[in-house]
Ligand binder design. Structure first.
Ligand SMILES: NC(=O)c1ccc[n+]([C@@H]2O[C@H](COP(=O)([O-])OP(=O)(O)OC[C@H]3O[C@@H](n4cnc5c(N)ncnc54)[C@H](O)[C@@H]3O)[C@@H](O)[C@H]2O)c1
Length: 336
C-alpha cells in the first residue's frame, strides 16, 4: 500500500465528509492508505475523529508536519492548507522528499512562488499533481478519452461555464477546458471584477472572472464564461468536426452527431461514479509503479496556473496577455 500523509485537515481533506474529500477517496481505494495527518488546530483533529475516526483507526495524528516527516515514511504528501500557506508548506515538503506531492489548488499565490516550488521539486525529482479535482470525475475522464479517440471528430472549440475567483475556484474550469482542448495555452484575453476586500500586506485581491478567451498553440480557442451552460456549471461544451458534446462534473454527459442526433453514450461504457480523489491518488500510485505521469501534473498544472495569472493580468490591464506571463511577481490573496 502506498502511504499518504495529509497536511491541513479542513474541508477538502476531510470535513466536507463523504467521497468528495481526500480521505473519502483514500477510503475507496485499495492502493493507498492514510498513514498520517497533520493540522495545527486540535479542533481539526477532533472533527476528523468524529467523522472518520472509526474508518482510520491506525492513522497517526500530528500538530506539526515537521514531526510527521521525522516519524513517518510517506510516499505521497497531500498539501490541503489554503492557498497563502502553500508556498511555505511545499518548500518544506520537498525537503522531506516524498515520492510524489498532491497539492490543492490554487497551487501558489504568485508565479514567482510557483517557479521556486517547481524548480525545487524538479531538482528533487518529485512530481507535483495539482488537485483540479473535477478533472478526475470518472465520466469526465471517459469522455476525454472518447473525444480524443474521435467521438465527435476533431475538436474545433471548447466553451467552459464557471465564473468566480480566478485561481481559487474557476481554475477547475480552466483545467477542464485544457482537458479537452490541450494544455498548450499561449495567450489570454479576460474580463472580470476586482473585489473591494481587505487583504493582508503584500497581496492584491483575487479578481473574479466574467469571461476569457484562451488561445492555444494548436490554433484552438477556448472560452470561459461566468454563465451556466446546458449542463450547469463546471461544464464544458465541446464542438467537433463530426458532432458536439457537453461534459460536466455534476451531470451525466450528452453528445450529438453531425446531424444533431443524440449519441448513445451508455453503449460506449460510461463508468460508475467514484470519488475523483480515488482516481487521482490511483494515477499517482500508477506513476510511482512506473506508469505515465498523473494528469494535472508538472507542465499541465503550470499551463492552467499561468492561464489564471494571465487572466488576472488581462483583467487589470485590459490587454491580451501572452503565456508565459512576464509579470511573475504579482501576489494574489488566493485564499480558497
Ligand atoms: N479540490 C477542490 O474541489 C477543493 C474544494 C475546497 C477547497 N479546496 C482547496 O483546499 C485548500 C484548503 O481549503 P479548505 O476549504 O479545506 O480549508 P480549511 O480552512 O477548511 O482547512 C485548512 C486546514 O489547514 C490547517 N492548517 C493551516 N496551516 C497549517 C499548517 N502549517 N500545518 C498544518 N495544518 C495547517 C488549518 O488549521 C485548517 O484545518 C485550499 O487551497 C482550497 O482552495 C479544494
Amino acid at each position: 500500500m502506498t502511504r499518504v500523509g495529509i497536511i491541513g485537515l479542513g474541508h477538502i481533506a476531510s470535513s466536507y465528509g463523504g467521497a468528495y474529500t481526500h480521505v473519502g477517496g483514500i477510503l475507496e481505494s485499495d492502493k493507498v492508505e492514510l498513514t498520517a495527518v497533520a493540522d495545527i488546530t486540535q479542533e481539526a483533529h477532533d472533527t476528523f475523529m468524529e467523522q472518520w475516526g472509526d474508518k482510520f483507526p491506525d492513522t497517526k495524528h500530528y500538530s506539526d508536519y515537521a514531526d510527521m516527516f521525522a516519524a513517518e515514511e510517506l510516499d505521497i504528501v497531500a498539501v490541503c492548507t489554503r492557498g497563502p500557506h502553500h508556498y511555505t508548506a511545499m518548500m518544506d515538503v520537498i525537503k522531506a522528499a516524498p515520492k510524489a506531492i498532491f497539492l490543492e489548488k490554487p497551487a501558489t499565490c504568485s508565479l514567482e512562488e510557483m517557479d521556486a516550488v517547481v524548480d525545487a521539486a524538479k531538482a528533487a525529482d518529485i512530481p507535483i499533481t495539482v488537485s483540479y479535482s473535477r478533472h478526475w470525475g470518472p465520466h469526465v475522464l471517459r469522455m476525454a478519452e472518447l473525444i480524443k479517440d474521435g467521438l465527435i471528430g476533431e475538436v474545433t472549440g471548447v466553451v467552459g461555464h464557471c465564473g468566480n475567483s480566478l485561481l481559487s475556484f474557476t481554475s477547475h474550469q480552466t483545467d477542464m477546458i485544457c482537458q479537452f482542448a490541450g494544455y498548450d495555452p499561449v495567450a489570454v484575453y479576460a474580463r472580470g471584477t476586482v473585489p473591494e476586500t481587505d487583504v493582508p500586506d503584500g497581496y492584491a485581491p483575487e479578481p473574479a472572472l466574467q469571461s476569457m478567451v484562451i488561445e492555444f498553440a494548436s490554433g484552438l480557442v477556448g472560452t470561459q464564461v461566468a454563465t451556466e451552460g446546458e449542463l450547469g456549471t463546471i461544464a464544458v461544451d465541446i464542438q467537433g468536426t463530426e458532432g458536439r458534446a457537453c461534459v460536466a462534473f455534476y451531470k451525466p454527459p450528452v453528445a450529438w452527431n453531425k446531424k444533431g442526433e443524440p449519441i448513445d453514450l451508455n453503449k460506449l461504457g460510461l463508468p460508475e461514479n467514484a470519488s475523483p480523489f480515488k482516481l487521482a491518488y490511483e494515477q499517482i500510485v500508477a506513476h510511482l509503479e512506473s506508469g505515465p505521469l498523473p494528469h494535472c501534473t508538472n507542465e499541465n498544472f503550470i499551463a492552467v496556473h499561468e492561464t489564471g495569472f494571465a487572466a488576472i493580468e488581462s483583467i487589470l490591464t485590459g490587454q491580451r496577455v501572452e503565456i508565459p506571463n512576464v509579470n511573475r511577481g504579482r501576489k494574489v490573496f488566493a485564499n480558497g
